[in-house]
Design a protein around this ligand. Structure first.
Ligand SMILES: [Zn+2]
Length: 365
C-alpha cells in the first residue's frame, strides 16, 4: 500500500478538547446529563491515548477525578455499581448512602460501572473501595429472562450494548458467577443476522456498533464457555460483512454514509476476529483526518461539530490501524499512538492495569 499524505494529527488541540469537555462548566452544559460518567470515560481515555495525562493534568486534579468517580459508586437492594452522575440522585445522596427508591436513575448502571472501571484504571487507582460482590449481585438482578440485561436492575431497554458491559465487567472481575452466562450467549447468538453482522436485539438489522458488542462479548467469554466460540464459517461471514462496511471510513449499516465512530466499531471487531489486514488503513486515516475540527476534537463527518465520543473512537481506530504516513507529510510522527486493546477498549497498558488491580475472584478484599 502506498504511504498516505496526511495533515498533522492536531494532538494538542484534541487534548484541549477533552480537557474542555471534562471541565465542570462544560460538563454541566452537556445535554446527556444522565451519562456524565460515560462522557468522562471518553475524555480521560482520549488523554490516555494522546499520552498527556501526566503532563497536562496535575496529580491533585487526577485525584479529584478519582474521588468524583468513586462518589458515583452506590449500593442498594439490587446490588452495587456506579451511577451516571450526582444529579440522578433525587434528594441529593452521595457516596454509599442508600439510593432513592423513587428514582430509577439513581441505581447502579451497567454502562457506568464498566466506564468507571476503565476510567479508574487509566487514573491508576488501586480499587480498594470497589464493592465487588455488590456488582456481581447487580449483574444478576439486571439480567432478563431472555438472557439480555437492562441498564439498571429492572428498568430500561435491553440490548447487546448491555450484554457487552456485563461481559467485560465479569472479565475484569475474573468472575462469571454473577449471571446465567449460557443464556446471555444464546441472546447474542440470536442477534446474529443472515449476513454475519449483529443487530441490537434479535431480528433487528445488523449494525456496526452492535456487531462490535457481540463479537467482543463472545471473545471475552470464549475461553470459559466453548459455546461462545464462533465457527470458521461464522467468522468468515462476519469478516465479509464488516469489511464491506468500509467505503473510505466505515458506515454503520448497509447503504449508510460513513461515520467516524464506525472506524472503531467495525475496525475493532475485525481486529478481534483476526482480520485487521483487511482494513484499508490509508483510506481510514484519510477519512478521519478530514473529520478533524480545526479547533480540536474529531467529528462524525467532515465539517461537523466534534464531540468526545467520536473524538475518542477515531483515535482508538487510528491506534489499532496506524497509517503509513508519507515521508513528506508535515509532522508525520503526530499519527503515532500507543496500542489499543480492542476487547477492553483502552490502551494496552491500561487494560493490563485493570486486569491486575480490579479485585479478581479469589483475591482478598
Ligand atoms: Zn457515529
Amino acid at each position: 500500500m502506498d504511504p498516505t499524505r496526511l495533515p498533522p494529527l492536531i494532538r494538542n488541540r484534541h487534548a484541549a478538547h477533552a480537557l474542555r469537555c471534562l471541565s465542570g462548566l462544560a460538563m454541566a452544559q452537556i445535554e446527556a446529563e444522565t451519562a456524565r460518567l460515560t462522557l468522562a470515560f471518553y475524555c480521560i481515555n482520549m488523554l490516555d491515548l494522546l499520552g498527556v495525562l501526566d503532563s497536562k493534568v496535575k496529580e491533585s486534579e487526577r485525584e479529584d477525578w478519582r474521588q468524583w468517580i468513586w462518589n458515583q459508586q452506590i449500593s442498594g437492594v439490587h446490588g452495587a455499581g456506579f451511577r451516571p452522575g450526582p444529579s440522578t440522585a433525587i434528594g441529593g445522596i452521595t457516596g454509599n448512602e442508600t439510593p432513592n427508591p423513587a428514582s430509577h436513575c439513581d441505581q447502579p448502571h451497567l454502562v457506568m460501572t464498566y466506564t468507571a472501571l476503565i476510567s479508574l484504571s487509566i487514573l491508576r487507582d488501586d480499587f480498594g473501595k470497589l464493592d465487588r460482590d455488590g456488582i456481581l449481585r447487580c449483574l444478576r438482578a439486571a439480567q432478563k429472562e431472555d438472557g439480555s440485561f437492562t441498564p439498571t436492575p429492572g428498568w430500561g431497554e435491553s440490548d447487546v450494548r448491555l450484554v457487552y458491559c456485563a461481559f467485560i465487567i465479569s472479565y475484569l472481575l475474573n468472575d462469571w458467577s454473577g449471571f446465567d452466562v449460557p443464556r446471555a450467549i444464546d441472546f447474542v447468538r440470536r442477534c446474529r443476522s443472515y449476513e454475519g453482522g449483529y443487530g441490537q436485539t434479535p431480528g433487528n438489522e445488523a449494525q456496526g456498533g452492535s456487531t462490535y458488542c457481540c463479537v467482543a462479548s463472545l471473545a471475552l467469554a470464549s475461553s470459559t464457555y466453548p459455546e461462545a466460540q464462533l465457527s470458521e464459517a461464522e467468522k468468515e461471514r462476519s469478516i465479509r460483512w464488516l469489511t464491506q462496511r468500509q467505503t473510505g471510513g466505515f458506515q454503520g449499516r448497509t447503504e449508510k454514509t460513513q461515520d467516524a465512530c464506525y472506524s472503531f466499531w467495525c475496525g475493532a471487531a475485525l481486529s478481534i476476529l483476526g482480520a485487521g489486514d483487511f482494513v484499508d488503513r490509508k483510506k481510514n486515516s484519510e477519512f478521519l483526518a478530514a473529520c478533524q475540527f480545526k479547533f480540536g476534537g474529531i467529528a462524525k463527518f467532515p465539517d461537523e461539530t466534534p464531540d468526545p465520543f467520536h473524538s475518542y473512537l477515531s483515535l482508538a481506530s487510528l491506534s489499532i490501524y496506524p497509517p503509513d504516513v508519507h515521508e513528506e507529510s508535515e509532522d508525520k510522527e503526530s499519527w503515532m499512538l500507543p496500542k489499543l486493546d480492542p476487547l477492553v477498549n483502552s490502551r494496552v497498558e491500561t487494560a493490563q492495569w485493570a486486569r491486575e488491580h480490579v479485585p479478581r475472584k479469589g483475591s482478598v478484599a
